[in-house]
Design a protein around this ligand. Structure first.
Ligand code: PNS
Length: 167
């Protein structure tokens, strides 16, 4: 496993500004970064995986950080199977609070037992500390403005009407 190759896994349903912040930090630390959309059976999905991939690609392009980033999805098998396939020695998780630490720590330990991959926790900018995909899903479903919390391509996709009114 190559410790210069890392994977940022997540549901990304939808991608938020917090995700893009963590992806940008990780891309600057590693030679090759895989942003991996993983189906999470514990969560009721809003967007199909293909749509999340498109929105991630567009958001990464908009942020101008795509040089060493590969966007992919994984729906069969373990996350560490993908890491082994691409020879990645590191998993990256964004940590907003103690709640995230409690959620991520058991997964990090299990993944290290399964495949000797290390998990690195990155701290996003504090301005993103309260943003989550689940809150964005709720605001969008109830007709609220999600544009302060998500990249431009995601805001335009979730609320195409708003864009045409303003332009
Ligand atoms: O954005 P999320 O939903 O918090 O991401 C969680 C995710 C998808 C990264 C996590 O559920 C995961 O790693 N799933 C893959 C299945 C797996 O490998 N499970 C065993 C190790 S914990």
């Amino acid at each position: 496993m190559n410790n210069r190759i890392a994977v940022v896994p997540g549901s990304f349903d939808p991608p938020t500004l917090g995700h893009i912040d963590v992806i940008a930090r990780a891309a600057s630390l590693y030679d090759e970064l895989h942003v991996l959309v993983v189906h999470n059976p514990d969560k009721q999905a809003m967007l199909p995986i293909a749509q999340r991939l498109t929105l991630l690609e567009q958001s990464i392009a908009e942020a101008g950080i795509g040089e060493n980033i590969i966007v992919a999805s994984w729906s069969v098998g373990l996350l560490v199977d993908y890491a082994e396939d691409v020879n990645a020695g590191v998993l990256i998780k964004g940590i907003r609070s103690q709640v995230d630490v409690a959620y991520e720590t058991p997964m990090a330990i299990v993944n290290r037992h399964l495949a000797h991959v290390e998990t690195v926790f990155l701290l996003p900018d504090p301005s993103h500390a309260l943003v989550s995909s689940s809150l964005v899903r709720q605001v969008a479903a109830l007709g609220g403005d999600v544009s302060p919390f998500v990249p431009g391509p995601v805001a335009r996709f979730l609320d195409p009407g708003k864009d045409s009114i303003e332009s």
